[in-house]
Design a binder for this molecule. Structure first.
Ligand SMILES: NC(=O)c1ccc[n+]([C@@H]2O[C@H](COP(=O)([O-])OP(=O)(O)OC[C@H]3O[C@@H](n4cnc5c(N)ncnc54)[C@H](O)[C@@H]3O)[C@@H](O)[C@H]2O)c1
Length: 435
């Protein structure tokens, strides 16, 4: 099929590459000329495992092309996916300006019958809004279209696998014709059709928010339990195993940690709170998720303060991991930002290492020291702070770190089973002093 994807970011690029991989003709449109230039020249502007290879392969086969030309992208497309950003607006609601602008453009160029699919995470009612915008701005009066809501559930870091083999595909809309085409499109990724769930556009939009809110709830729940464990002398790592083994609960998303970040959970929880407020619904759980996470993102700073006090002028901190999670270069709302801000405010020297996220962090904090190697970053540091659980941090040579480092702050409890007796060891839910 001829597919156009508006927005060549984390979601758009993954969706485009996967649709091209199974034989569709994909046109990637973006308003960012620099981004399109670099994609055209083979430079992929984000890090996502496997994405570069997939895009290069399909570009060679001429199954994916990159453009800023709206007419070229929209005029003959059979399906147009809107995958632009929906960042947090000033009042916490989702900023729909990019979606509205894409819809307005689409209306100017479509011809024939086109399916417009909203893949961006948008509040309930947005599919209706997109339909109205297109109707109002339609130039070619012979053009007809249907709107479908198709929220995306991929996880950065394993996005290709998630897209190619999704747990489910949610399709929202009431046009049988459009839903049938969409089911056909996704059949390449789903051999059993029972993983396609169809519903109203409103329910599909709500499903995405409810799903992220549920996941964030699990994270904030275990983090709150870890705070109690710390006070009462229980071991949160054992408690996690104890509760996760209950099949009704499960192990996923109950790892204690230094708070969630990323481009989705923080803004989506806020947007859902705002929707509820607008509708007069009091949301105690949603408010608590956010509140617990705000505290948790400062927990490493509180532990550092407990150990060193607030005069950090002669101290050097080595930070391992800057991205909001492993296997991505995405630093949006990452806890590392809170930690760096705290350390700089208290005049500490900051050495940082991350396998992929340093270029992004350099733009935000040019004043800290970046290293190409985790051990180089730890050299001469007083403390090691682990913020992101990249695989290469999981079993390091502690002798090499221990030359200067005397204390480890483990924001992801990855060293819980290691012999760290020569360090003071702070983890989420407790601390162990060196012997
Ligand atoms: N990143 C994720 O893991 C993830 C997962 C699921 C859903 N989502 C949702 O998907 C949407 C996109 O997220 P993302 O992380 O890919 O965003 P992103 O910021 O990485 O990419 C968005 C892209 O859209 C482009 N753009 C904006 N307006 C445009 C327009 N009018 N025409 C053409 N291009 C335009 C921007 O230049 C940018 O390249 C958001 O609503 C997000 O909440 C994201």
């Amino acid at each position: 099929m001829k597919i156009t994807i508006v927005g060549s970011g984390y979601v758009g690029l993954v969706a485009g590459a996967c649709f091209a991989e199974v034989g569709n003709n994909v046109t990637m449109l973006d308003s960012d000329k620099e981004k399109i230039r670099s994609l055209e020249s083979g430079i992929i502007p984000i890090y996502e495992p496997g994405l570069e290879e997939l895009i290069k392969k399909n570009k060679k086969l001429e199954q994916i092309l990159f453009t800023t030309d709206k007419k070229l992208a929209y005029e003959n497309a059979e399906i147009i996916f809107i995958a632009v950003g929906t960042p947090m607006g000033e009042d916490g609601s989702a900023d729909l300006s990019y979606v509205i602008s894409a819809a307005t453009d689409i209306a100017k160029y479509i011809s024939g019958y086109t399916i417009i699919v909203n893949k961006s995470t948008v509040p309930v009612g947005s599919a209706k809004k997109v339909r109205e915008i297109i109707e109002q701005n339609l130039i070619n009066k012979n053009a007809t279209f249907d709107c479908i809501s198709n929220p995306e559930f991929l996880k950065e870091g394993v996005a290709l696998k998630d897209f190619m083999s999704p747990d489910r595909v949610v399709l929202g809309g009431n046009s049988k014709k459009a839903l049938d085409v969409m089911k056909g499109l996704y059949s390449s990724f789903i051999l059993k059709n029972d993983r396609i769930i169809t519903m109203s556009a409103e329910s599909a939009e709500m499903t995405k928010y409810a799903s992220n809110a549920m996941l964030a709830t699990k994270i904030s729940f275990i983090n709150e339990i870890s705070q109690i464990c710390e006070k009462v002398g229980a071991n949160i790592n054992d408690v996690r195993l104890g509760i996760g083994s209950d099949s009704r609960i499960g192990y996923s998303f109950i790892y204690p940690g230094c708070g969630y970040g990323g481009s989705c959970f923080p803004k989506d929880i806020r947007a859902l709170q705002k929707t509820a407020k607008n509708e007069g619904v009091e949301v105690k759980i949603l408010n608590a998720i956010e509140e617990v996470n705000r505290y948790q993102k400062n927990i490493l700073s509180l532990k550092i303060q407990k150990h060193f006090g607030l005069n950090l002028e002669d101290k050097t901190f080595c930070l391992w991991g800057l991205s909001f999670k492993p296997e991505t270069d995405d630093i949006r709302e990452a806890t590392s930002i809170n930690v760096i801000t705290f350390l700089l405010q208290n005049k500490a020297k900051v050495n940082a290492y991350d396998p992929k996220a340093m270029p992004n962090m350099k733009r935000l904090f040019p004043q800290i020291n970046y290293f190409e190697n985790k051990y180089e970053a730890a050299k001469n540091a007083n403390a090691l702070v682990v913020i992101t659980e990249w695989k290469e941090f999981r079993n390091p040579d502690f002798d090499r770190i221990g030359e200067s480092v005397s204390v480890i702050f483990d924001g992801r409890n990855i060293y819980k089973d290691m012999d760290l007796s020569k360090f003071d060891y702070y983890f989420i839910g407790g601390e162990i002093k060196s012997k």
